[in-house]
Design a protein. Structure first.
Length: 183
């Protein structure tokens, strides 16, 4: 873990000196320096006092870098296509188990010729247009602002039934990394 570097970055961002941290925590400057350079590992009690001095939650200091906030600016979004219809997929962001994307469905297009299934759960929000969605024996039509969700292990299909391009915000939760690129 890279706790020392995290502490140093927070301390510098907040313009707090090592001396100020040491005064508040009772730790020596030598120990703080070694810790910030990842040459020694602090106890949980020590981390708790440092977190208090930095005015950050202890849990934040323990997060791995990949578990912290990730920012994807609009111009940096990854764009892909999906399925036989080559639907435009704009990837908004993801965590280890959750992906969010905007999917454009030109008039008459769908997620495939036949319903498909994969591991995970999905939540859909129709941002623009009219769509038809089916899962197993359930089917409904949706308009802008409507939403629906399902367990993706049951075969499902989404189709644009409007005259204009439909845009659907989709969030997919899955623990299976091989299913991460499926719609």
């Amino acid at each position: 873990m890279d706790i020392g570097s995290t502490i140093r970055a927070i301390r510098k961002r907040k313009n707090i000196t090592i001396a100020q941290i040491c005064e508040e925590t009772g730790l020596s400057q030598g120990f703080m320096s070694q810790m910030e350079n990842n040459k020694t590992s602090p106890s949980i009690a020590t981390l708790e006092s440092i977190a208090k001095a930095l005015k950050v939650p202890l849990a934040y200091l323990l997060l791995k870098k990949e578990d912290r906030m990730r920012i994807v600016r609009k111009e940096e979004r990854r764009m892909t296509t999906s399925g036989s219809e080559q639907l435009k997929v704009e990837h908004l962001g993801s965590t280890k188990n959750v992906r969010m994307m905007l999917v454009e469905f030109p008039p008459g297009t769908s997620t495939g010729d036949e319903p498909h299934a994969h591991e995970g759960e999905e939540v859909h929000v129709v941002m623009k247009g009219r769509i038809y969605a089916e899962q197993g024996e359930d089917a409904a039509e949706f308009e802008e602002g409507d939403s629906f969700s399902w367990n993706a292990c049951t075969p499902h299909l989404v189709r644009n039934i409007g005259e204009d391009t439909a845009v659907v915000l989709i969030s997919i939760y899955t623990e299976d990394e091989s299913a991460r690129d499926l719609l």
